[in-house]
Design a protein around this ligand. Structure first.
Ligand code: 3AM
Length: 177
């Protein structure tokens, strides 16, 4: 079985900017450079032959290149407890359109459509229990923005879960038009 997801690998200067914002939050496990990605579609565990069909479906996608920028830091929380911190993205429309195309393409490979609302973000940290609320954590760091950067490709990733955290590897890269 392979644990797969589709994501954009941010360019080096954006990853450097993200890495430079990290720190200063207690209980945060910050992402490493290798882990930084913008998920387009989480797939989950699939058999090798389904992975091959997903690869073929992704390779048939046509989508124009576009530009996005970093837009603030936010997070996901559950019951008032922060679980992750992430960088927001603007504009979201090209990512949502590409997400929908990927969803439809991989449905043809037999993967059930995504049931969850898609919110584009780049995870920066996973937080230990008891880190407090997002708003308390973010008083210092809400102002992250970047110049627009080009997205010229997206990638199929494989995720290996280890006790030290997830290890992500790029399986394939697909160029946009
Ligand atoms: O891109 P981020 O880091 O926000 O949390 C996982 C990670 O998200 C998410 O997929 C990305 C690559 O692993 N993920 C893991 N399990 C998931 C699930 N069952 C999931 N997303 C949705 N449903």
């Amino acid at each position: 079985m392979h644990r797969l997801f589709v994501a954009i690998r941010p360019p080096r200067h954006i990853r450097e900017q993200l890495l430079a914002t990290m720190g200063g939050v207690r209980g945060a496990r910050w992402q490493t450079d290798d882990q930084l990605h913008l998920t387009l579609r989480f797939i989950g565990e699939v058999e090798s032959h389904v992975g091959d069909d997903i690869h073929a479906a992704l390779g048939a996608i046509h989508h124009p290149r576009f530009e996005i920028a970093l837009d603030g830091i936010s997070g996901f929380e559950r019951r008032g407890q922060a679980e992750t911190l992430w960088a927001g993205i603007t504009p979201q429309e090209p990512l949502k359109t590409l997400h929908n195309k990927i969803d439809q393409a991989i449905a043809r490979a037999g993967v059930a459509p995504d049931q969850r609302a898609y919110l584009p973000h780049i995870t920066l940290a996973r937080l230990k229990r008891g880190s407090g609320s997002i708003s308390a954590l973010l008083e210092r760091s809400g102002g992250l923005t970047s110049a627009p950067f080009a997205v010229g490709s997206f990638c199929l990733y494989e995720s290996h879960l280890t006790p030290e955290g997830a290890v992500y590897s790029i399986v394939e890269r697909y160029d946009l038009d």
